[in-house]
Structure formats: C-alpha cells, structure tokens
Design a protein around this ligand. Structure first.
Ligand code: HEM
Length: 444
C-alpha cells in the first residue's frame, strides 16, 4: 500500500493529451500508464496555459474534496449547468450551499426515503409489463433504464396523483434537454444554435414544472410525502426561514438532472457486467430467489439483498457513472508539500482511482465479493468514491442505492439479459454505455 509523503507532480507533454477532448478515457488510460507509477498529479494544461491537475491517488483526492475543501470551489466546469439549475445544490457555493444543504439533508435520510421504495418497485414492474406486452425479444437497455429512472424521480418528486400527462410532459422536456446538452458535450460547432436549443428546452421545462410548484404552494402539504412536499416543509432551524418558489424550482431541476442519469448508468453497466460474468449472475439469481421467492421486493428486502448491493457497488467501481469531478483553488494551497496556486484546477477522477493498481488487485476484474469479504478494509477512504466526498458528497446516495438494488432485484427476478452488441463507454457528463442492446430471456 502506498505511503505518500511528498506530492510528485509532472506536466504532461502536448502529445500525451492532444486527443483529450475526443478520447477522454483513452487519454486518461494512457497518462496513467505513462506516469502512474511515479507521480501523484499530472498537469494537463488548458489551451490558455492554465494548470489542470489530474489527481492519481486517493490521499490527495481526499485532501482536495474533503480535508482542504475550504480552499476550493467547484469553479467554471459547473457554469455549464447554471442556466437551468441556477443556485440549486449542485451549482451553489459557500453560505448559500451550506444553508440549503442543512435544510434539505433530512429529506434524504434513509428513514425519509422509505416511502419511495414502492414507487421504485412499481415502475420496474411496469417496465417488465412493457417488455412482456410488446413481446420484445431484445431492447436497448440503456434507453429503458433512462426512462425508468426518470419516471421514478418524477413520481417521487411530484407524487403519483399528479396528472399522467403532466408527468410525460416533464419527462419529455428533460429528455430533450439531456440530448441537447449531451450533443453539445461532444463539441459545440455552432454556439448560437446551441444557446438557442438550450434556451428552448429550458423554456419547455419551465412551463412544465413551474405551474406544478405554484399549484402545490396553495395546497396543504402536510399529508403529502413526495420530495416536493418535503421541500415546502423544509425549514432552517437557525433562522426559521423557508424556501421561495424560485429556490424550490432550482432544487427540483437539480434533483431531476443529478438524480436520474447517474442511477440509470449504474444500472445499465450492471446489466452489462452481469451478462459478461455468468458466475456473478448466478449468485445474484440465487440471492434474489432465496430472499424474494416469487414475491415483489419491498423496502425491508433492501437490507437483505447484500450481494445485490455489492454488485452495484462493484459496478460503480469499474464504470463509475460520475467519472470525474472538478475543483478550482480560490487561494494558494499546499498539498503534500507542493504549493498549488490560486486558480489551479483539479480533476478528482473516479475512473482513474477506482481502476488504480495502487488500491485494487486486478482492478479491471468485476468481483463484487471485494465489497463483501472485507478485502477493501484498510485501503484509503477515497480509493472508492462514486458519490464524491466532503461537504459536496452526493445528497442522493442512499436514494440511488435503494433504487438501484430494488430495480435490479425486481427486473432480475423476471428477466436475464444477454448483451448483443459490442459495448463501448461513452464519457459525456456522466459515463454511459454507448448502445446496450440486450436479449431479453424470461426467467419465470
Ligand atoms: C448512482 C447514482 C449517483 C451517482 C453515481 C451520483 C454521484 C454524485 C457525485 C459524484 C456528486 C458530487 C459532485 C461533485 O462533488 O462535484 C453528486 C452530487 C449530487 N447528487 Fe448525486 N449521484 C447519484 C444519484 C443521485 C440521486 C438519485 C440524486 C437525487 C435524487 C442526486 C443528487 C445529487 C445532488 C443534489 C448533488 C449535489 C450535492 C451538493 O453539492 O451538496 N444524486 N452526485
């Protein structure tokens, strides 16, 4: 196990990273291969000469994301989202972030989420019905998972008694928004057109979502148990303040954006990895058959499906849905004896650290038992950080784990999925499989 005392920093040669924009993962793999054994930070300068440091080890990832977090902001990388998310949790900084996080956090404690388990399972069951009624032999699983997780976040946000047409309107507006952002991510060729498309889809989202918030403001929310009601009820214990409609709108948008694509990718990669590792798949089937038999999963099963949970954890190690996150130093900061400058940018990369030989034996092997048999005890905390860390750690981490485990178990009870096409990772804002066509094989 590595014992780091002095940070080792190298500046990459231009030839090392010239394909960075078009081939992110290939470039990361190449840089790690070339410099990984001897260095802890690789400086991949921006075209304007500013420094951007890729962090190669868990200890310094912890310093940036947690121990020295006060010296960092999220910085320019997140400005991309501001037109839609305003000052929601993902994009706000400083006191505003601290206050909102304090108010919202209780709504994401495990006990507050228990009411959402049924929604998660019912939506998964609906998908199996669609597969069955359509008599489908095969399907694009990454599209199905995206739709499923979007339905789940919409229903947990607004409840099920909201008009189904409205739910579809919101889902459609979000799908369009994600498509526009994703294609822009590949390289913006026409900035004016991009801005226009973003503005159009934000406008659609606004006209679908804002009226729901205004209508609900007038209603008694005590008896409602969806996320929107929780936002209305949330109160700052220190000041007694509640949130305005505009603030609620920004949080709702944030939960939509942060809360479905990541979980969808985690599920898609898991189906893929299961199909490639029959011994793991078999053990998965044994667990769900033993714990559930033929009955539908319920909240209480979450704690019993320990191998299923380990499968999701291991899947997010190999293919982390959030594969890198940026921070910018807003003051000079010392890390491992090295003096970094105000304005320096850092990339904390789940993709790089989760696949590092420093922490994991045979890192590319899919082996969920790592998370069961204690072999990960003793490795540094930030060698595995799919949900980030520090004060900006994912607020939806319990939500996501509950959802992923219940969905995997519900679908896995009825279907076994077999990969048909060659699967390639597509690193956009999140890491998704490019296309994931799978054969649907009925189990029961
Ligand atoms: C497998 C699923 C998920 C993964 C891998 C994931 C990953 C992450 C990561 C890495 C961050 C930190 C980003 C940073 O530090 O720059 C984050 C933040 C966040 N996530 Fe998640 N997330 C998932 C699911 C969810 C869900 C289901 C929700 C909401 C329902 C959610 C809401 C958020 C929010 C609001 C933040 C910002 C938190 C803050 O800065 O205070 N996420 N997520």
């Amino acid at each position: 196990m590595s014992q780091i005392t002095q940070a080792r920093v190298v500046t990459a040669l231009t030839g090392d990273y010239q394909d960075y924009q078009t081939n992110v993962l290939g470039t990361l793999d190449y840089l790690v291969e070339k410099y990984g054994d001897d260095y802890d930070f690789i400086n991949i300068p921006f075209p304007n000469g500013e420094n951007r440091y890729l962090i190669l080890n868990a200890e310094y990832t912890e310093e940036v994301l947690q121990t020295k977090q006060k010296s960092f902001v999220k910085g320019a990388a997140f400005n991309f989202f501001k037109p839609l998310l305003g000052e929601g949790l993902l994009t706000s900084e400083g006191e505003k972030h601290k206050r909102d996080r304090r108010i919202i956090q209780p709504s994401f404690h495990m006990r507050s989420l228990s009411g959402y388990a049924d929604t998660m399972v019912l939506n998964a069951l609906n998908l199996t019905k669609q597969w069955e009624e359509g008599d489908l032999q095969q399907t694009d699983v990454s599209k199905d998972m995206m739709k499923l997780t979007l339905n789940i976040i919409t229903e947990t946000m607004f409840g099920t008694n909201i008009d189904q047409g409205k739910i579809e309107e919101v889902d459609e507006a979000f799908t369009t928004f994600s498509k526009v952002i994703s294609s822009a991510y590949r390289g913006i060729t026409d900035m004016a057109l991009f801005k226009q498309q973003v503005a159009n889809s934000i406008q659609k989202l606004q006209s679908a979502v804002a009226p729901i918030i205004t209508e609900r403001r007038g209603l008694e929310t005590q008896e409602m148990d969806d996320l929107l009601a929780a936002l209305f009820r949330a109160k700052d214990e220190e000041s007694g303040a509640r949130m305005t409609d505009e603030e609620i709108y920004e949080h709702v948008m944030t939960f939509f954006l942060a809360g479905h694509e990541t979980t969808s990718n985690a599920l898609s990669w898991t189906w893929y990895l299961l199909s490639q590792n029959p011994h793991v798949e078999e053990k998965f089937h044994q667990e769900i058959d033993t714990v559930l038999g033929n009955r539908t999963p319920v909240l209480e099963d979450f704690g019993k499906l320990t191998y299923t949970k380990a499968i999701i954890q291991e899947s997010m190690r190999v293919f982390p849905p959030a594969y890198q996150t940026a921070r910018q130093a807003f003051e000079d900061v010392e890390i491992g004896g090295y003096n970094f400058k105000e304005g320096d940018t850092f990339l904390a990369s789940q993709y790089v650290v989760h696949r590092s030989k420093r922490y994991f034996e045979e890192p590319l092997m899919f082996d969920p038992e790592r998370f069961e048999n204690g072999t990960l005890k003793g490795i540094p905390k930030f060698s595995y950080f799919p949900f980030g860390g520090g004060s900006r750690v994912c607020i939806g981490n319990h939500f996501a784990m509950l959802e992923a485990v219940l969905v995997l178990a519900t679908l896995g009870q009825q279907y076994k999925l077999q990969t048909i096409n060659e699967v390639k990772p597509e690193p956009m804002i999140t890491l998704k499989p490019k296309t994931l066509n799978m054969k649907l094989i009925k189990r029961i």
